[in-house]
Structure formats: C-alpha cells, structure tokens
Write a protein that binds this ligand. Structure first.
Ligand code: F6R
Length: 604
C-alpha cells in the first residue's frame, strides 16, 4: 500500500519527510518522492526503487523548505518509473495519492481535449490537472478542491500543495485512510498514525468523505457534504503500526477497514488498469489442464471461491481440498495439474506438506501467500503474492479478501491465456475488479446496520449462513468467522441444499443469514428464503437495495452495495466479517485472540 506524509512546520522539512517515508517502507513500494514549497513554488524530487535512491537525488539537488509532502508508491496505473512516481504536478498543483480513480480515463480524455498535457500514465495526475483547472477559474483552494473531489469516482487519500499557498496542505480521504497529526506550531497529514509517529502522537482520524485544510496553526475539517466538522484528537501510542490499533478497538476491526487498500494493493500485482489487461503471471495457463488448490480454514474457502472463477472464466477444471485431507489420502494427480497452495502465513503445516508432496510428484506449483519470505513462498515454483500487510487478528479478514482478489485476477488471466476471454471481456473484468476497493468501502458503511442486528444475533445458539455459487463458500467463511470469535455454533450451506436436511434445524430461535447479490441465481436463493420464513425461521437477507423483495414474512433485508457479480465475494465478505465482529463484541469475547486458536498453525 502506498504511504503518504505531509508536514507543515518551521524547521527543514525534507529530512522529516524521509524519516516518515522510511517508517512506511513496510507497506511495500517501488518508487518514492517528495515535494516542498520553495519560495512560494513547489519543487519535486522523485526516484524509482528504494528511498536511498531518493536520498541520493536529494543529495544532488537539495530542497530547502518547511512545507512538504512525500509518498511511497506501489504501482497500480503505469510502470514503477520515476515519471510515474508521486508527487504529480500540473500547473500550480502538486499532490500525492493512495487509491484508484476509476473514472480517470474519462477525465483524462476530457482534460486532454481541453489541451492538458500529461506526463505520466497514472490516474493520479488527472486529479492535479482537474484541481489546477478549477483554480484557474478563480476558485479559492478549498472550494476548487471540493469541486474536484466531487468529480472523482473511486478510492483515494490525497495530500496537496498549491504554488503560492505558502501555509497550506489540503487533504482528503475516501476509501483510503488519512490522519491529521497535531504538533506544536506544526501540523501533519499521514496515511496512518505511523507516518506521523516521528513527530506527534496526537491524531485525528478523518472519516469517509472528509477533506481538510491543514495550516501551521491547525486543521479545518469538512465532511463529504462540505459541512465543517470536528474529528476528535486522540492520543496514540508511539509503538509501531504493526502493533497499532489506531482509532479501532481491535485489530480485527482495523483489518476489516483496511480492505479497500489491501485488495487494491493485491490486484495491482496482477492487473494493469491503464491497459485494462492482466499482467503476466509466471504460469502458462494454456499448458495445464487442471488446478488443484490446497489450503486450510479461511484460505480453503478463498480457494473454493477461486474455483468458481477458474471454471467459469477459464474453463479450467479446479479441485479444492482441505490440506490435512489431501496430504494423507494418496490423491491421483497428473503432471499437467497446477498445484496451488493458498495461505496467509505460508507456514501452515498441512498446506506446506501438500505443496511439497505435489512438487515431489513433478507437478508445477504456485503459492498464493501473504508472507512472501515464508516456507511456501520459497517452496513453490511460482509465488503469487497477496499484499494484505501484517494481519494481527487471529481471525483472518483482509488476508482472506486479498486471497480472493488474487484468485479472481488469476482466473481472468487464465481465461485470457486459454482464449476464453476476449479483449473486450478482459477490459470489463479488469475494470470490475478495480472497482472493488470503492465498493468494499461502500460495504464498510453497513457497519451501523450490522451492529444493530448483532444485538439479537449474539443471543442465538445456532446460526445458518446460506448462499449459492461463490456465495456458498463465503457462507461457510461467514459461519467460520462467527464460530471462531463469538463461540456461537454456525454452519454455512449451499442454499439449494437446505431441503436435503438442514431445514429440519429451522425454528424461531435459529437465524439464517443469506447472501443474495443480484446474480443469475438470485431468484433461486430468494425462494429458499421463503421456505425458511414459512417455517417461522428469522431470516436476514443481505442483498442490494434494488433487488426484488422475496415477500416472506420474517425476512429482514440489509442493503448491500450493488456490484459486478465477479467482485460480489469481496464485497459480501465485509458484512460477514462485521457480523462476526460485532456479535463477538456484544458477547465480550477476546476478539483478536479467540480461545484455543493460533495465528499460524505449524503443527498437524
Ligand atoms: C480463520 C483462520 C484460519 C486460517 C488457517 C490457514 O479465520 O484464520 O482458518 O485461515 O489456519 O492459515 P494460513 O492461511 O496461514 O495457511
């Protein structure tokens, strides 16, 4: 994930920006840059690769200033070159950005037609041009900023400098986090508490849609509608972000909210939004005739979601098996099968043993892992990284959606390689995937509604989760999340399987949570819910607002964002996680370290 820092102070700013950027290195990056206000106009220094390269550039061409912004970039739009590195500049505007501007192509075409010349391939540069154009109309910086923000679709955190505005940094957040740091006669903006950690522990967390004008004396904050707001100043501990909960009560809650970023970061490993194409994946999908996924727990459910995509999009037969079963049952495999281990830690004993066994049989191997130095990452011939960042909560959340994101992107790549997906379909699917950080951010707004539901849910002793298609494994994942952190018994079923047994469990005390995106099996799922409601079972149906009503007495709807069916597992994972989280909070269990569980299971 990219990192952002902004400092508006009195002393030399560049060493402070560099200090902060070094603390953000853990997020992963491939270029870095700073910009600073020198005599009323902003100058930039940027470099590909490590921060030491940027330091070398600064040693050659120093910047003496007291106001500046800095950025570590993880390439999404355009290669990790110096020209694509942030900050980006257009006219009077220089800015850094985390996130994805989904409508950048339309905006860029519009601006190009008006004569704007672009130097980079990034989506970010479009924002600089838009804001500069608004300033040229005579608007004041804050007003011009708001008008610009209103034109952006997607996810962003921004820090902006404007030539001639010597005491001002503008910031905004939607989807990607941004904090304001309060110092003595100095103010800061950062992508997290760690970014401003070297300077202050007094933090205000901006809320979704907020924007802010930061001066030496303080910060004026506004909500998405432009109303002035105050965001509380909280004291954070000076410890590292790896162990920092920030504004959140638990790591799990924090990690749930990090998903727009972690999914985006992961997708950008596999997809290129500038070209609308998949990147090379290190495996010749046309040369294999089957995929065998091995995994445990949550990673197993991610694998099952992947299976739906590999078979549908690439026509590639895909088996998914629990690693502890696979490794002991003498499976029949062929050398044209690609073995794929899916694991957050990359150390889970059964998954690792299954991978090693497949390799010994001469199968090509790949590993979707979050810890890139782990045993599985080293064992597999091909590493397919997820970029969820460190996951501290024992119950997996952002690592799961990162696995799903990677597998969906890989399934598109497989479809392209196998001639099942033409260029137009590829562009549509890549676009849909890149929309997911924004839609996940929308799903996070279900927070309050879900919290309300969990007052009742926390009293249940049994809960059913239902779904069809990729929502079936997600239902199982929802049940696992609830079980492991709230200790309530829960089961996930394929909605169509209900009549074959589980419907006997339905009574007034047993809630059913149904995952019902508006997909090609929506009507079938809705009928199953009527069957439950007719038997007195309380049903909570998570479904888009525009979905038809199933007309069942006792069916309660929770509105979810409407989305492309491909990304529904990523979007609907959020309400599942929030349900489990708030139920556990209601019950007062140890959310981050549930009883009997370990984060990495290195024993059989
Ligand atoms: C559940 C959970 C576990 C892990 C499983 C595999 O929330 O986290 O089920 O998914 O132990 O772990 P990894 O992914 O590290 O192989």
């Amino acid at each position: 994930m990219c990192g952002i820092i902004g400092v508006i102070g009195n002393g030399p700013v560049v060493p402070r920006l560099i200090d902060s950027l070094k603390r953000l290195e853990y997020r992963g990056y491939d270029s870095a840059g700073v910009a600073a206000m020198v005599d009323g106009s902003v100058e930039r220094r940027r470099a590909q690769g490590k921060i030491r390269n940027l330091e070398a550039v600064l040693a050659e061409e120093p910047l003496k200033a007291t106001i500046g912004i800095g950025h570590t970039r993880w390439a999404t739009h355009g290669a990790p070159t110096t020209v694509n590195a942030h900050p980006h500049k257009a006219g009077r505007v220089t800015l850094v950005h985390n996130g994805i501007i989904e409508n950048f192509a339309e905006l860029k075409a519009e601006l190009a037609a008006e004569g704007h010349i672009f130097e980079s391939q990034t989506d970010t540069e479009v924002i600089a041009h838009l804001l500069d154009a608004e300033l040229k109309t005579g608007r004041k910086p804050l007003e011009a900023f708001k008008v610009t923000l209103d034109r952006l679709t997607g996810a962003y955190a921004l820090a902006v400098l404007i030539d001639g505005e010597d005491g001002l940094i503008l910031g905004a957040r939607r989807g990607s986090p941004l904090v304001v740091g309060w110092g003595e006669g100095e103010m800061y903006l950062g992508s997290d508490a760690l970014a401003v950690g070297p300077f202050t522990q007094q933090i205000s967390y901006l809320e979704e849609g907020d924007y802010v004008a930061v001066t030496r004396d303080g910060a004026e904050m506004f909500d998405a509608s432009g109303q002035p707001v105050d965001r509380a100043v909280v004291q954070v501990s000076a410890s590292s972000a790896m162990v920092e909960k920030g504004e959140y009560r638990h790591f799990m809650e924090k990690e749930i909210h990090e998903q727009p970023d972690s999914v985006q970061h992961t997708l950008s490993e596999y997809l290129d939004l500038v070209t609308g194409k998949v990147k090379p994946q290190g495996v010749d999908f046309a040369a294999i005739d089957r995929i065998q996924i091995v995994a445990c727990g949550t990673a197993f459910y991610a694998g099952q979601i992947g299976r739906y995509a590999f078979e549908k999009l690439a026509g590639l037969p895909c088996d998914v098996e629990i690693a502890s079963e696979f490794r002991y049952r003498s499976p029949a495999v062929s050398k044209t099968t690609l073995a794929v281990a899916v694991s957050q830690s990359g150390e889970t004993a059964d998954t690792l043993a299954s991978l090693t066994w497949c390799k010994a049989q001469g199968l090509p191997t790949a590993a979707v892992v979050n810890v890139h130095t782990s045993s599985m990452a080293r064992e597999a011939s091909v590493l397919w990284p997820t970029h969820a960042g460190p996951e501290i909560g024992v119950a997996s959340t952002k690592a799961f959606t990162a696995q799903v994101a990677a597998l969906l992107a890989l399934a598109v790549a497989a479809g392209v390689a196998r001639g099942r997906i033409n260029a137009a379909a590829e562009a549509e699917l890549v676009k849909a995937l890149f929309e997911s950080p924004r839609v996940i951010a929308e799903a996070l707004r279900m927070d309050e509604t879900i919290r309300a539901v969990t007052q009742e849910l926390s009293k249940a002793t049994d809960v059913l989760f239902l779904g069809r298609g990729p929502m079936f494994p997600l239902a199982m994942e929802g049940a696992l999340k609830l079980k492991e952190i709230s200790y309530i018994h829960a089961e996930g079923y394929a909605a169509g399987e209900l009549k074959h047994g589980p419907i006997a469990l339905i009574d007034e005390e047993t809630p059913t949570i149904a995952l019902a995106p508006l997909d090609d099996v929506f009507d079938k799922t809705a009928s199953n819910l009527q069957e439950i409601a007719a038997r007195g079972g309380p049903v909570i149906m998570i479904t888009p607002e525009n979905a038809p009503d199933p007309h069942g007495v006792g069916i309660r709807r929770i509105d979810a964002p409407d989305c492309h069916p491909l990304i529904a597992p990523l979007v609907y994972a959020v309400p599942m996680q929030l349900l489990a989280y708030y139920t556990a909070v209601q019950k007062g269990t140890d959310v981050d370290q549930p009883r009997n569980l370990a984060k990495s299971v290195t024993v059989e």
